[in-house]
Write a protein that binds this ligand. Structure first.
Ligand code: EPU
Length: 302
């Protein structure tokens, strides 16, 4: 979608929003898949209500992107614009055991910055690509921990009230890869309370998690992490592997040889290829195990 109306363009400049015409979403997602649309980069949280009123008043549909690491975007010209927060400097401010973190901060860099200041707890998430906002909205987790356990306060743009709001951690429910945020809420910043731990000890935990991840996941390849959620008491990756589906391909979309719940873009995969592969694997698992796998990856299909 293109924003061409000079009145909207002028208003965006007034709101200090950077407008990038015809951005390729393939460049903004870890899968390297996705069509083109205008990208609106937001430098100040406070302008969000005005910005979204402007877009609504002009019938411009929009979606929010974080790090694009758990996202499968449709092909071709997309019917909505994409909003993204510009990362401020500094993006993490510490106060005792509390870390105030901007949603646009890189998750891994935030974990290492806190570690260097003897604040731990998040070691399991090292190596998970994406922003802190993205991790927060889906309650990212790994190796027995989840980000939600450390959340004390979240500042967000609430789609329902069309306002910026601040929620206490206990007003939010964090479940397995799911939170009580609405799909169109936009994470802005978070306060985490992290346990004190000597840097050396945190590093040891980080090293162990890195090794585990390296040995079981296709880290160097374009992927969106796990495609399906694990059903209660079962492992999607193990089931797909047991069915002998590693290497199964549609075009360049391919079930990883290393971890069967990772689907990789082995070259020029389209969203159509990836969606067909997902549907095919889901159907085979359903036929053989009677289990309907639920997507973990977020799909923006036009
Ligand atoms: N397994 C296989 N074959 C495979 C993959 C896995 O047999 O191809 C077996 C493993 O041997 C193991 C079991 O399945 O016995 C579980 O595998 P793994 O330990 O790799 O964990 P997972 O359940 O597949 C989950 C998360 C990952 C997270 C890891 C580590 C989900 C959907 N996935 O994977 O998160 O990194 O645990 O904690 O919850 C993600 O969210 O995108 C993600 C990758």
């Amino acid at each position: 979608m293109r924003i061409g109306d000079p009145k909207i363009v002028a208003k965006l400049a007034e709101l200090n929003v950077e407008l990038q015409h015809a951005a390729a979403l393939a460049d903004l997602t870890s899968l390297g898949i996705g069509g083109t649309t205008d990208l609106l980069r937001i430098r100040q949280h406070e302008i969000l209500p005005d910005l979204l009123n402007l877009l609504d008043a002009n019938d411009v549909q929009y979606k929010f992107i974080g790090g694009g690491s758990n996202l499968l975007v449709g092909d071709g010209e997309l019917p909505w614009v994409v909003l993204q927060l510009v990362r401020p400097e500094p993006d993490v401010v510490l106060d005792g055991n509390f870390a105030r973190v901007d949603a646009a901060a890189d998750l891994g860099r935030m974990i290492t910055f806190c570690a260097k200041n003897d604040l731990g707890g998040m070691e399991g998430l090292i190596g998970v690509p994406g922003t802190v906002g993205g991790a927060l909205r889906m309650n990212a987790g790994a190796y027995g921990m989840q980000i939600g356990s450390y959340v004390r306060e979240v500042k967000l743009y609430r789609a329902a009230s069309r306002k910026l709001e601040t929620l206490r951690g206990d007003q939010i429910s964090f479940e397995y890869r799911h939170t009580s945020f609405a799909p169109d809420d936009m994470m802005l910043s978070v306060i985490l309370e992290l346990p004190s731990k000597p840097f050396k000890l945190i590093l040891e935990g980080i090293r162990i998690c890195n090794e585990k991840r390296r040995s079981s996941q296709p880290l160097g390849q374009k992927s969106a992490g796990c495609i399906f959620k694990n059903p209660p008491g079962a492992s999607a990756g193990r089931m797909i592997d047991e069915l002998g589906l590693k290497g199964l391909s549609v075009g360049d979309a391919r079930v990883s040889d290393r971890h069967a719940n990772f689907f990789v873009n082995a070259g020029q995969a389209s969203a159509k290829d990836m969606l067909r592969l997902i549907a095919d694997v889901r159907e085979r698992v359903h036929k053989n195990y009677g289990i309907e796998l639920e997507n973990e990856v977020v799909v923006w299909n036009a």
